[in-house]
Design a protein around this ligand. Sequence first.
Ligand SMILES: [Zn+2]
Ligand SMILES: [Zn+2]
Ligand SMILES: [Zn+2]
Length: 143
Amino acid sequence: MNHNQHFEHLLKKHQLKRTEPRLRVLSLLADKKVATSQPDLEGVIGDVDRVTLYRILSAFEEKGIIHKVFDLNGTANYALCSSDCDEHDHHDEHLHFNCTNCKNVYCLDELDMPPIVLPSGFKLENLSFSATGLCPKCVNKKL
Ligand SMILES: [Zn+2]
Ligand SMILES: [Zn+2]
Ligand SMILES: [Zn+2]
């Protein structure tokens, strides 16, 4: 399956109509190693206006296709979800690494996070892990 077929499948699975701007947003987010803000997307997406882009991002977030994460400036960034997210359940319980130098946010999906067992009486609704430090690119620059 190539990139585009995969994205078309993804849209279908989440009952979203296949449109060119939607496919473009998916492929831009998939190409990036870091979470991406709306202004950054606007800069590269071409002729998709701001309102359309905003609607696409909110629909994707609601459907469990992307998740939002805030960087150290407080700007919302978006990253693709793992395939087991859906409309009712986002499972983006991976570590978000915030680089203090370039302000990029990395989704570190490959790390196994320890299961969290809460004391009795607590009901978990949302769990997030975040770390700050220097990303590999910035560590090398500082050497
Ligand atoms: Zn998710
Ligand atoms: Zn960095
Ligand atoms: Zn993430």
